[in-house]
Structure formats: C-alpha cells, structure tokens
Ligand binder design. Structure first.
Ligand SMILES: [Mn+2]
Length: 296
C-alpha cells in the first residue's frame, strides 16, 4: 500500500547523560531513509528537525531544569505532528533519546484509541523516585500511562495518554529493581527476551498484535537497543542478548502485514559509538520492512 509519509527529527539528548544520540536523526538521514521509502512507492516528506538547544547553549542562557526542556520539546513534537495524524499520513519520528516518545505517542493518540508496541531492551517505566540514574529516557512509558511528573504526563492534553492495556512491550531484558516490581503490577503486557527465545519472534509478534486486536491503529516505538549490540553497536545503553538482525526484520514485517501501524519512533541511535553508521543503516532497513519491503 502506498502511503504518504512525514519524517520529523528530534535531535535531543536531554533525557540521558551520554552525548551523541542528539545526532541520531542525521545518521538516519545519511543512511538514506527517504530514498529507501520512495523506492517502495511511498510519497515521503522530510519535515526537518524540531529545534533543540544543546547543553552548552542551555547553560549559556542560564538553563532551566532539564525536565522542563524535555517537556517543552515533547510538546513541540506533539504540535508539529498532530496535523499529519489528522491527515492520515504515516509519521516517522527520529530521536534523539527515548523521552521524545512522550510527544510522538501523544500525537498518535489524537487519531482515537491506539495500541503501542514498545520494542526495547528496557521497559522505560521508571519515575523520578525509582530511577537509579534520574534520566528521563528511562521514564516515558510511565509518563504515557499517567505516572511521574505532571508536566511530562500532560503533554498534548491533561492526564494519561494511554491505558496499560493499550501497551505491549517486546525485547525487554534489563529492568531496575523497583521498576520491575512496578511493571509486573502495571497491567502492561511484556514479552521479554525469554519469550522470544522460547516461542520465536513470529509467535511473539502475532501474540502482540492479538493483545491489541481491539485497537485498529498502532504506534511502534523502536529503541535500537532492543537489537543485539553485535547488530546495533551504536546505541546509548547497549545490553547483551538482544534481537538478531533476522528476528528484528521478521518482527517489522509481521507488524507491517497487519496494516494497522500508522506511526513509528526510531530512537537512541548514538553515531559516536557506532561502527560506520551500521546502526542507522539497520534502522532504515527495519523501517523499510515495516513499510512494505519484502524479499519476494
Ligand atoms: Mn528506550
């Protein structure tokens, strides 16, 4: 199916301590995301980047609290993307760190009830009180269901963006202690790497879609650290034992075959740690698989 696709870059690393993921959108563009999608017959508009002050610029201006800056950027992402969502275009958000997704998911949810498939090594379900690092990129899923700081919860519109039953996570393999307890109580359905190992990614992908079968539209949030570091070395927080190249492609193809995915985040690519842009190239291939590329 031919789609009209809009791409928005969010060159933000304010949700993490490690510099580098702010250049993720450039790396993905360098890996020819637009041309690759055009080859599949789609009409692609690159809408450029949301303006993000880097830490030095923020310091020079007498920077406010990081959380305020992240909230303001997420609100801008939301406001830029809502008109495209209304037009029924496919939207691709290029991070930047994963806190960006508070804004992109809020925008996607303006279409009506959506399901969210969060593909990640981490569940990103901390709140400031439970986070060992204090980094906001470990908190977006909590904010999306209405837990954590008010200013992050209220992006787009006041109150929670999604209910836990609208969320499925895939690829999880690294949880903080309290985060793990909170996650098991949350009602979010989690397919850990054990599920992938035991049943195979094809079964996991179909079960994830089935869990969200009451929701006609889906948002996919792809943290590139869900992949094994051997395939995707250029990420902010690598964790061994991730999805293989083939598992990740099959997952994207099955999600794409559903015809229900309307928006996508690609986050946490860190070109400084990458090997000749391998991780960004992989992300482009995975996006193509989600949007119709098939072997035969
Ligand atoms: Mn993440």
């Amino acid at each position: 199916m031919q789609r009209e696709i809009r791409i928005l870059g969010v060159p933000m690393d304010l949700g993490t301590n490690r510099r580098g993921v702010d250049t993720g959108p450039s790396a993905v563009r360098y890996a020819n995301l637009k041309a690759r999608l055009e080859q599949l017959g789609h009409v692609v508009h690159d809408e450029g980047n949301v303006a993000v002050l880097n830490p030095e610029e923020r310091a020079a201006r007498g920077s406010d609290k990081r959380q305020h800056a992240v909230a303001a950027i997420c609100q801008t992402v939301y406001e830029r993307a809502v008109p495209w969502i209304a037009d029924d275009n496919f939207a691709i958000f290029l991070g930047g760190d994963h806190s960006m997704s508070i804004g992109s998911v809020a925008a996607a949810a303006t279409r009506g009830p959506i399901g969210m498939i969060w593909i990640d090594a981490h569940s990103d379900f901390n709140i400031p009180e439970t986070s060992p690092s204090g980094n906001i990129h470990g908190m977006p899923v909590a904010a999306i269901i209405g837990e954590g700081p008010e200013e992050l919860i209220n992006i787009g519109s006041p109150g929670p963006t999604l209910k836990p039953a609208q969320i499925v996570q895939i690829g999880i393999r690294n949880l903080d202690t309290i985060e793990r307890e909170r996650l098991t109580r949350s009602g979010i359905h989690v397919f850990t790497m054990r599920h992938v190992d035991e049943f195979g990614i094809g079964v996991v992908a179909r079960q994830a879609l089935d869990r969200l079968r009451h929701l006609p539209r889906l948002h996919v949030s792809l943290d590139m650290d869900s992949l094994d570091p051997a395939e995707a070395p250029g990420v902010g927080t690598p964790v061994p034992g991730g999805l293989t190249y083939r598992e990740a492609h099959l997952l994207m193809e099955i999600l794409g075959d559903s015809g229900r995915v309307e928006s996508l985040d690609i986050v946490e690519i860190n070109p400084i740690l990458d090997d000749r842009n391998q991780t960004a190239e992989l992300s482009v291939g995975l996006t193509a698989s989600l949007l119709g590329q098939r072997i035969l």
